[in-house]
Design a binder for this molecule. Structure first.
Ligand code: MSP
Length: 639
């Protein structure tokens, strides 16, 4: 039996409203947690709020309410947002709760009495003089300033001298290095681990773990004129919530015996990867197993910030895409771990392509066929269908392939594998053309195709459950399934569904969304270039051309000239509409490598979105696709 699994998110500052940056980490944690749960592990997922410190006291003062009232109100905003996103945490820790405050006092007392290996006090008192930025809640060095001001808060820091208690970080840095090198403390991805090792080599100074000037905080038991430094207070949430100093059995289960994973973005790496393990070691507590430090994202190429007013409220996204659509879209923008850009402009197109067209369409076409030909009952399986053995193998492998990615925190890859299977299954359905089987009275074959599709839908509903729990439950109920069979183990077997089970689908699982702006493709903005109609090289260079592979093709309903193509651009999949149906059949074009203009505004052609344009040569009544000469992988740039 695998170890119990304990995962945390950072606890968020309550002076900021929840935005999709906070949502990103929280959704990711929820997905990891749900995945390990369906894999049979005992799991615990913690999130919460960071409520002490000057910034929060200032915000409360601005709002003219007592600090705690301000916090209570903001905490509700976080809880409401998380509920709207179907986040299923086991506990929500607040740093103003008495259980947390007690644990922090205890933790500090233990450290106060601790000695380093060479017999020095871990905590010592000293005077600190420095430049303090109230916005950052930290002392800044001259090097951090731009024009004498804190660059993040655009204010001149205060010169401050105060008595503080210091934590002897220097004594622990070599020990942390050892733990990282031995693998006892894993910092992922590797790039972040190297960053942490780099910080260790810089011999960071000791840090002060108390503040005299801050009033809104937890007073130290050994000097009530001081409150705990916000980061000491905040980091302790990871142990206060699971019974540190209070409930030994619980603490032992979720800290000592479990695999402990902290998730965060790179902005708070130093605190998590150095301060926190050092304090734990000083207090004689085991260090966490893994710190996963993901990247920071921009939205449509811009940094998200309060000042720019471009922070996206998760509630707005939920109103547009539902909780499941929002979760899916946020997690599939770029690989988890790296920095990336969230392309909010493409949300609708991607939703319609991956969820409405691929997944939703698979469910509805299979159920419709069963309705029309099998009395709404899952038919008998039948193995002798070309391509079925390979498809079955791919489906049976999905659970392990995706779970292995999850174990490595590769969220995007885990999800893509499931969507890939959906696409392959849609192609299988098209190739088998069950509607022709029905016409020709090939009942066994027809049943075999539909049974296989149902099984794949069932398997996908398990693997994508952690990402889209509500929609996957809906899909499962179409197949007459409830949560009792929602385990990863059941996704490893192909023949689970009982023939004869009733299927029923009332409404589309992912109703198509209407793009906000309809762009008329006929009106190409004629390049208003120089008077002779010649393009400047920089104008031509604006067009981004890439090699794409056609994964799937079908005729656009009611438009005999148009084909709807699903294409692979190496790093992403897209849908385009092309007027080539008179020259290429869907079968001919599927599998071809073509050239696509990739940076066009999305367009809607006969009600179908198109995200790019393919290149073709035309003369008279003849049209031929422009293709790369020889082998060129999808995504290769045309220059
Ligand atoms: N209160 C501290 C954390 C204490 S944990 C012991 C804090 N809070 S925060 O509200 O500023 O949250 C920071 C975290 O929010 C990041 O580490 C990350 O998890 C998430 N993100 C905020 N904006 C984000 C992006 N633009 N991109 C990715 N993650 C983002 O720091």
């Amino acid at each position: 039996m695998a170890k119990a699994f304990y995962i945390t998110t950072p606890i968020y500052y309550v002076n900021d409203r929840p935005h999709i940056g906070h949502a990103y980490t929280t959704i990711a944690a929820d997905v990891f947690n749900r995945f390990h749960t369906i894999a049979g592990r005992d799991t615990f997922f913690l999130t919460g709020t960071d409520e002490h410190g000057t910034k929060i006291a200032e915000s409360a003062e601005k709002a003219r309410v007592p600090e705690i009232e301000f916090c209570d109100k903001m905490v509700e905003e976080y809880k409401t947002a998380w509920q709207a996103l179907s986040i299923e945490y086991n506990d929500f820790i607040r740093t103003t709760s008495s259980r947390h405050e007690k644990a922090v006092v205890k933790f500090l007392d233990v450290m106060r009495n601790a000695k380093t290996a060479d017999g020095q006090d871990v905590i010592y008192s000293d005077y600190y003089e420095g430049l303090y930025c109230n916005g950052c809640e930290k002392f800044l060095t001259e090097r951090d300033l731009v024009d004498g001001k804190c660059p993040d808060h655009n204010r001149v820091p205060e010169k401050v001298k105060e008595k503080n208690y210091f934590f002897r970080l220097s004594a622990f840095l070599p020990l942390i290095k050892e733990k990282i090198e031995s693998g006892e403390l894993r910092i992922l991805p590797d790039e972040r681990c190297r960053e942490v090792l780099g910080l260790i080599n810089q011999d960071l100074p000791d840090f002060s773990l108390s503040r005299e000037r801050v009033k809104w905080g937890i007073p130290l038991s050994f000097d009530t004129s001081q409150v705990a430094y916000v980061w000491v207070d905040a980091l302790s949430n990871y142990i206060s919530a699971i019974g540190y100093g209070d409930n030994e059995a619980m603490f032992d289960k979720w800290w000592n015996q479990a695999e402990v994973v902290h998730l965060m973005a790179k902005d708070i790496l130093k605190f998590h990867c150095l301060y926190w393990p050092a304090m734990l070691m000083a207090a004689g507590v085991k260090v966490p197993d893994t710190m996963f430090v993901h990247g920071f994202f921009t939205v449509d190429g811009q940094k998200m910030s309060k000042t720019l007013g471009n922070q996206i409220d998760p509630n707005e996204m939920v109103a547009e895409f539902g909780p499941d659509g929002t979760r899916y879209l946020l997690l599939t923008q770029y690989p988890f771990g790296t920095d990336g850009d969230v392309q909010a402009k493409r949300f609708i197109v991607q939703y319609n392509s991956d969820l409405a067209n691929d997944l939703g369409n698979l469910v509805s076409r299979v159920v419709k066929m069963i309705g029309a030909n099998c009395n709404n009952e899952i038919p008998e399986p039948f193995a002798e269908i070309p391509g079925l053995t390979e498809l079955k193998q791919q489906a049976e492998a999905l659970a392990d392939t995706s779970y292995n990615h999850i174990k490595k925190f590769e969220l995007l890859q885990a999800i893509s594998k499931a969507i890939e299977l959906v696409r392959v299954t849609n192609k299988f359905f098209n190739d088998q053309a069950p509607w022709i089987m029905a016409k020709e009275g090939k009942t066994k074959e027809l049943g075999g195709v539909l049974y296989a599709c149902c099984e794949i839908i069932r398997i996908v509903s398990i693997v994508l459950f952690p990402i889209m729990p509500n929609k996957m439950r809906e899909i499962r109920s179409v197949l007459g399934l409830d949560d009792s069979s929602l385990t990863l183990e059941n996704a490893r077997t192909f023949s689970f569904l009982k023939p004869g089970t009733k299927v029923a689908l009332k409404d589309a699982i992912f109703p198509r969304l209407k793009p906000k702006k309809q762009v008329d493709t006929k009106e190409t903005s004629s390049a208003k270039s120089s008077n002779d109609g010649l393009l400047d090289i920089s104008e031509f260079a604006k067009a981004q051309l890439k090699v794409a592979k056609v994964l799937q093709a079908e005729q656009v309903e009611g438009a005999d000239k148009l084909l709807k193509l699903q294409i692979d651009l190496g790093t992403e999949k897209r849908q385009i509409v092309a007027g080539v149906a008179r020259f290429y059949s869907p079968e001919q074009i599927t599998g071809m490598s073509i050239i696509v203009v990739t940076n066009l505004k999305p367009a809607v052609i006969r009600g179908v979105e198109s995200n790019g344009m393919l290149l073709a040569a035309k003369k008279g009544k003849n049209l031929r696709l422009v293709v790369p000469d020889g082998d060129m992988p999808p995504g290769a740039k045309i220059s």
